[in-house]
Design a protein around this ligand. Structure first.
Ligand SMILES: Cc1cc2nc3c(=O)[nH]c(=O)nc-3n(C[C@H](O)[C@H](O)[C@H](O)COP(=O)(O)OP(=O)(O)OC[C@H]3O[C@@H](n4cnc5c(N)ncnc54)[C@H](O)[C@@H]3O)c2cc1C
Ligand code: FES
Length: 305
């Protein structure tokens, strides 16, 4: 359902909680022209969250439920890396500022990653998914005594996050790639992983990213028997395994990405089914984004995005 964005929308959360300030935005920064960092007070989530788990936030009373990974949970606050993709992620960027409140944050949801001593742990992520998990997972893995190898792929130099937000600080070995070669290694994380496998440097791989790339990663590591755990992003609604929206075929059985994942053994995932289901609402999402951008540009009297 479409709603009209008005300046009053952004503080509905605060008003409706009877003046109790919850889910207050405490920081917001550009990471690149298309990604931003946002930090929000959510003490109950920050206390219980573990790497691999996610949250679902709602920006205002009539907003959609938006699943989001967590990059950091500290001091009662959670930090998220958000891509301006469609209506809600653009609305949050353009209509909400530090001091405003979100309507709700539910979580932590999903299963946490098992943190133990694996040996050499790789985390690979790209512009589509996984930079938050990359940092969070490798931080925990390093603390558990593993040798951590991070690979982060971006489209080009312009889209690379500021150094402070890269997973470099939690990696013993770090690789940055760009599709066009304008910074770091040219290509995507698959190219780096091939080299690491040849040098026998990989005990386990975790990865987030474009579903097509993850499917290729599964085929790359299968012959070597390297455990490969990948994030499966599907359209989520309730986030608790009730609605069925995020169902996937896993080892021939139905599983729910929100409840049983979001990270799964890539060698057991039916990738064709996952990729097909991920495209279900593309046309509707495109229309919602266009309508929102039209309203936003009209409001500002110029092209804002
Ligand atoms: C477990 C999980 C973790 C995620 N972590 C991040 C993250 O760290 N950073 C980030 O930028 N994005 C993340 N996403 C994706 C994020 O939820 C979507 O970008 C967001 O919902 C887009 O909403 P929109 O209204 O702006 O765009 P829309 O135009 O509604 O959607 C754009 C695209 O976002 C995806 N999407 C839309 N709605 C949902 C939904 N309800 N559930 C899942 N995917 C959806 C679809 O691929 C869709 O094509 C995550 C998704 C999941 C399932
Ligand atoms: S989001 Fe409803 S079952 Fe996963």
């Amino acid at each position: 359902m479409q709603i009209e964005i008005t300046p009053s929308v952004k503080n509905l959360g605060q008003k409706n909680l009877g003046g109790v300030v919850m889910y207050r935005i405490t920081d917001k920064k550009d990471l690149s022209p298309i990604d931003y960092f946002i930090e929000v007070e959510a003490p109950h989530v920050a206390k219980a969250w573990k790497p691999g788990q996610f949250v679902i936030f709602i920006t205002h009373e009539k907003g959609e439920r938006i699943p989001m990974s967590v990059y950091k949970a500290e001091d009662g606050k959670i930090g998220m890396f958000i891509r301006k993709l469609g209506k809600t992620t653009l609305e949050l960027y353009h209509e909400f500022d530090v001091g405003d409140t979100l309507w709700s944050i539910t979580g932590p949801l999903g299963k946490a990653i098992e943190v133990k001593d694996y040996g050499n742990v790789v985390f690979a992520s790209d512009a589509v998914c996984g930079h938050a998990e990359n940092h969070a997972t490798l931080k925990a893995m390093k603390e558990a005594g593993n040798y951590t190898i991070s690979i982060q792929s971006f489209e080009d130099k312009e889209n690379v996050y500021p150094e402070k937000f890269l997973a470099k600080s939690v990696a013993d070995e770090y690789y940055l790639t760009t599709q066009d070669g304008s910074m770091g290694i040219k290509g995507d994380f698959l190219d780096v992983i091939k080299g690491l496998i040849e040098n026998d440097k990989v005990d386990i791989i975790f990865a987030g990213g474009n579903l097509g790339t993850l499917a290729q990663l599964a085929e790359l590591t299968r012959p070597y028997g390297i455990p490969t755990i990948t994030t499966i992003r599907q359209i989520m609604v309730d986030g608790t395994g009730m609605c069925g929206s995020c169902r996937i075929l896993y080892d021939g059985k139905i599983r729910f990405a929100c409840r049983d994942g979001p990270m799964f053994d890539a060698h057991k995932v039916d990738w064709e089914d996952v990729i097909r289901r991920g495209k279900r609402f593309l046309e509707l999402e495109k229309r919602a984004r266009e309508r929102y951008l039209q309203r936003l540009n009209e409001k500002h009297g110029k092209e804002v995005f």
